[in-house]
Ligand binder design. Structure first.
Ligand code: TMP
Length: 251
């Protein structure tokens, strides 16, 4: 089969033209980056794990009626998704203080927030994805008021779903980031959850030990990233069937 046409290459994924109009093939690389790619490494097996984990979360969301771009997984590293126009915002939902919020406001990491807090960053690598307000979003036309209402409602539904799924396997969802895209259906425009949902874009802490099971392991040099992601996949029953990660000896 002829190699697909590449549409875009990002830090962790490559997008190829899909087999039918309106579809895209999303390929998960093993590259890990942090601090706007100042720190960079190849983490063997990360792409395979994130492909499976994003499939798990996105298909769960589809099943409860939260629309996402996910159609189906194609193979170990690729999934078929709906083509959409990405809204240039990173939408962050926080349940507990951590990361840049803790730094900015001086709130100790792990402090429970009185309610989920939503933040927006403008997607622009050259600017380092700066935090922006709804005023900026409206003034510069990145999203309409109706879009913002839909974005908040999607973000909170994703938060409730992910928090519950993770709680059931002993993991606390500290915060996460999603991206949304527009799809056009006849005269109507709809917003759907796009990009990926994986331990690259969430903070996940083991409830008992506090162990970090997300990309902070890489950002802060806390150990082996694949081990952390494999632990999340194992608890959720989402294990890759080929030896992308270290083989486990039974008996
Ligand atoms: P922050 O505390 O660094 O602002 O991150 C908040 C959440 O967003 C955390 O779960 C990690 C995620 N995130 C991304 O997915 N991509 C990014 O580029 C950054 C900075 C954070």
């Amino acid at each position: 089969m002829a190699r697909r046409n590449k549409i875009y290459e990002g830090k962790a994924k490559i997008l190829y033209e899909g087999p039918e109009p309106g579809t895209i093939v999303q390929y998960f690389k093993d590259d890990a980056t942090a601090f706007n790619a100042e720190k960079k490494e190849v983490v063997e097996g990360k792409g395979v794990l994130n492909n499976r984990l994003s499939e798990f979360f996105m298909s769960g969301l589809n099943q409860i009626g939260v629309p996402t771009h996910f159609i189906r997984r194609l193979n170990m590293r690729e999934q078929l998704v709906k083509s959409c126009e990405i809204v240039p915002l990173e939408i962050i939902v926080r349940n507990f203080a951590a990361g840049s919020l803790s730094k900015r406001l001086g709130i100790a990491e792990g402090t429970q927030l009185p309610r989920p807090v939503i933040e927006y960053c403008y997607k622009d690598d050259a600017l380092g994805d700066p935090l922006v307000s709804e005023e900026h979003i409206a003034a510069f036309g990145w999203a309409s008021q109706q879009d913002m209402d839909d974005i908040v409602s999607l973000a909170l539904r994703v938060n409730d779903f992910l928090s519950g799924v993770m709680l059931a396997v002993g993991i606390r969802l500290i915060d996460f980031k999603i991206e949304v895209g527009r799809i056009y259906e006849g005269d109507f425009q709809r917003l759907i959850v796009a990009d990926e949902i994986s331990p690259d874009s969430c903070r996940l802490w083991d409830i008992e030990s506090g162990r970090k099971l997300d990309k902070d392991v890489f950002r802060r040099d806390l150990g082996n990233l694949t081990d952390a992601y494999s632990e999340v996949a194992r608890r959720l029953g989402v294990m890759p069937k080929s030896p992308a990660t270290k083989p486990t000896l039974i008996n």
